[in-house]
Design a protein around this ligand. Structure first.
Ligand SMILES: Cc1cc2nc3c(=O)[nH]c(=O)nc-3n(C[C@H](O)[C@H](O)[C@H](O)COP(=O)(O)OP(=O)(O)OC[C@H]3O[C@@H](n4cnc5c(N)ncnc54)[C@H](O)[C@@H]3O)c2cc1C
Length: 423
């Protein structure tokens, strides 16, 4: 074993932690992962296929855009990617129509976006350039996308960060992993174990202390791990719950300028794809967009499993904070009943299994994923520096396209490990 990098302790066995661990362990570096949950994967959380008839995703589900690190791992693991199939439909409150909503001002929007040089928030952008009544529908659609898809607050979200997404068609290029994201996490766990990485589950890190030249990592149950450096990959809100040495604490405080959004996800599995009975011909349904309480739904078109997944993202999830899983499932069924003009009872009769999660209530995530404010890029550069004994890594530190994704986490973990190995 090489002792050049010493003993590295990684906090968190999500995509970033596992990726960093594998990269470091490959060179013979001693690595220990401390993971609070009783499972690896973090915000990757595929449920057992026995539950829903397919590996339903409680957390991450889609591979977005190019995702070179993810695709490289999939090839190594022998896992394949299914391109999204089917037709999106929209419900305008009265009728269902195929296709996304048409924006008559699209060319004008693209021209203004292209001409932007200085960053501003999405809300300010809309006020400054598209305040007129004729743009009301476009403002509504953009606000809904920023809240729902990016889980972001339009009053704080960076326009320049989102511009890339809106201009390169990033929303359209999506796929799903055969076997689910869980299969990818399992591959990384197996690789780590093969390379001698120690993975301790149920290890809730409470404090990190400098102990001379070494570092002591204290767990809530009193266990202490000593090492030379620590890589913290916990979700942003969890940084506030871990006591850190002063220099690391100062760095971590800058993370307040990175947005962190929430998602409510509802998984409904049915005995048959009843929405295909509709006269409109919805057998090919992929995504369904509406303004109902649970506004976005999608099918498992590539596996043909008769399931609908409901999604509500961003600040509006706070309105449902009081609901437990059953309350969220009921809200989802009510939204579907409104969209399809059917009674909730009839839809419920076809229901075989249901699950729902408000990720803000998850003790080791406290939300879903990060998004950029106009200050985020500068803050990420400070946080990602390898200039102390405590390093920061994870999806929120990724400076490329599509932050807040599994790709972002994998790439960030890889970058942190490579920085250590280069020293
Ligand atoms: C509902 C939902 C849907 C999503 N959909 C997609 C999608 O379709 N596509 C996509 O690419 N991304 C999606 N994402 C985002 C993606 O899941 C994350 O960006 C990515 O998995 C984050 O990986 P990470 O390693 O940075 O963090 P995490 O996966 O959160 O890993 C951090 C780990 O740290 C652990 N931890 C926390 N506190 C402590 C502590 N005190 N001590 C020890 N361990 C601790 C956690 O348990 C966790 O395992 C989604 C996320 C959610 C929640």
């Amino acid at each position: 074993m090489s002792d050049k990098s010493g003993h590295i302790i990684i906090v968190g066995a999500g995509a970033a932690g596992l990726m960093a661990a594998r990269e470091l362990a490959r060179t013979g570096t001693r690595v220990t992962i401390l993971e609070a949950r009783d499972r690896c994967g973090g915000r990757i959380h595929s449920l057992p296929a026995s539950r829903f008839g397919y590996p339903a995703e409680g957390g991450a589900e889609f591979v977005h855009g190019e995702a070179p690190v993810t695709r490289g791992l999939l090839r190594e693991a022998g896992l394949s990617l299914q391109a999204m199939a089917g037709t999106p439909w929209s419900f305008d409150g009265a009728k269902l129509s195929p296709g996304g909503r048409h924006n008559p001002h699209e060319a004008e929007l693209q021209a203004v976006l292209r001409g932007l040089h200085e960053d501003l928030t999405v809300a300010e952008f809309l006020r400054r350039h598209f305040a007129g009544d004729e743009y009301a529908e476009m403002r509504h659609a953009i606000t809904r996308t920023v809240e729902g898809y990016d889980a972001a607050d339009p009053e704080r979200a960076s326009l320049l960060a989102l511009r890339e997404e809106w201009m390169d068609g990033g929303h359209r290029n999506q796929g799903r992993i055969d076997g689910g994201y869980g299969a990818l996490a399992e591959f990384l766990v197996a690789e780590c174990r093969k390379l001698g990485v120690a993975i301790r589950l149920g290890a809730v890190v409470a404090a990190i202390e400098e102990d001379g030249a070494a570092i002591a990592v204290r767990c809530a149950n009193g266990d202490v791990q000593r090492g030379d450096r620590v890589i913290l990959t916990v979700p942003l809100p969890l940084l506030r719950e871990i006591a850190l040495p002063p220099s690391a604490r100062e760095k971590a405080a800058a993370a307040d300028d990175i947005g962190f959004g929430n998602v409510i996800k509802i998984l409904l599995s049915f005995s048959r794809p009843w929405w295909g009975d509709r006269a409109e011909g919805l057998a090919d349904l992929s995504f369904l967009f509406s303004d109902e309480t649970i506004p976005v739904w999608w099918t498992q078109r590539s596996s043909d499993h008769p399931a609908l997944t409901g999604w509500l993202g961003g600040p509006r999830t706070a309105e449902l904070a009081h609901l437990d899983a059953q309350g969220l499932i009921d809200a989802g069924l009510k939204s579907l009943a409104a969209v399809f003009g059917m009674s909730r009872e009839i839809i419920t009769r076809e229901l075989v299994a249901a699950e729902a999660a408000n990720w803000a209530h998850d003790r080791f995530a406290r939300g879903a994923y990060s998004w950029a404010t106009p200050q985020t890029r500068a803050v990420q550069a400070i946080l990602a520096r390898a200039d102390g004994a405590v390093l920061f890594s994870g999806e929120a530190l990724y400076r490329g396209h599509d932050m807040g994704t599994v790709e972002a986490a994998l790439a960030s973990g890889l970058e942190t490990a490579q920085m250590i190995l280069r020293e």
